[in-house]
Design a protein around this ligand. Structure first.
Ligand code: AMP
Length: 278
């Protein structure tokens, strides 16, 4: 496994091969969710490249950039065990050299849901992903359904900029009690960790109600809100039932929809989602 830190060495690695490359962009502190992406990439490509970069441009000024968890040595050991070919770990200066001023803006898709609570977040995401795709020129790039809006935004960008990569979404990996794996789960106290399981329980309960025939989006949102409200350690940011393509909020669920939420558990903001599809 090759570990490179500069754009030049990443480009050089890419230039030496004509074989297919799968890219898995991450912010590190890897867990089984990330590894699910890596394994899919491993199965579908000749070579697998993983990037580890805590991208400052996707964090707001009051967000957790400074305390975002990092453990590069452990990440590298996990990736080595998955037979990854290349790991790209750039510094912030390497990714954004002095004078850097272009950004990729996906418009209203990036201003809903997470974008409302985190202005500029998806501009940061789209910009760094565009850069990673251009540097690595993979045939396929892998993203987690856990960050469903990110998948939608990246797919939109790839279409709009006529990039040739295929974007692959991988199902959310969960703990036994349903909590979606996230690098941020490390911040939860024992009590908060227990309380956090309500996020997925609420989503699954609402999905079940949809499967039993409920099509009123407001009633679905209310099922989730009511369950979250019962947990004293949980503060709801948003609960959304939106068109799975445009992310427009729905009144009636008459097309493929995304049920998603963001909530604070103590000082930690977590997101989760499930599809609503007949
Ligand atoms: P992050 O390091 O949080 O930026 O995540 C890197 C990639 O891993 C993103 O595409 C995430 O959607 C994906 N990912 C994170 N957590 C999970 C999970 N629990 N299941 C599946 N994919 C995940």
């Amino acid at each position: 496994m090759e570990v490179v830190k500069t754009l030049v060495s990443l480009r050089r690695w890419r230039a030496t091969t004509h074989r297919s490359v799968g890219l898995v962009p991450t912010m590190g502190f890897l867990h089984e969710g990330h590894l699910a992406l890596v394994r899919k990439a491993r199965a579908e490509n000749d070579l697998v490249a993983v990037s580890i970069f805590v991208n400052p441009r996707q964090f707001g000024p009051d967000e957790d950039l400074a305390r975002y968890p990092r453990d590069t040595e452990h990440d590298l050991a996990l990736l080595r065990a998955e037979s990854v070919d290349l790991v790209f770990i750039p510094t912030v200066d390497e990714m954004y050299p002095p004078g850097f001023s272009t950004s990729v803006d996906v418009g209203s898709l990036g201003e809903r849901l997470e974008g409302l609570s985190r202005p500029g977040h998806f501009k940061g995401v789209a910009t760094v992903v565009a850069r990673l795709l251009n540097l690595t020129r993979p045939q396929r790039a892998y993203f987690g359904q856990k960050d469903a809006q990110q998948v939608i935004v990246v797919r939109r960008m790839v279409k709009d900029l006529a990039l040739t990569v295929q974007i692959d979404a991988v199902p959310t990996v969960r703990e036994p009690d349903g909590l979606a794996l996230s690098s941020r789960n490390i911040f939860l106290s024992i009590e908060e960790r227990q309380a956090a399981s309500v996020l997925s329980r609420a989503l699954f309960r609402a999905q079940e109600s949809f499967e039993w025939g409920e099509r009123d989006a407001q009633r679905i949102r209310q099922i989730v809100r009511d369950m979250l409200d019962l947990e004293l350690l949980v503060r709801t940011d948003y609960v959304s039932v939106a068109d799975a393509v445009t992310l427009d909020e729905l009144e009636q669920i008459d097309r493929p929809a995304l049920l998603s939420l963001a909530a604070w558990v103590g000082q930690t903001r977590l997101i989760d989602n499930l599809p609503l599809e007949a």
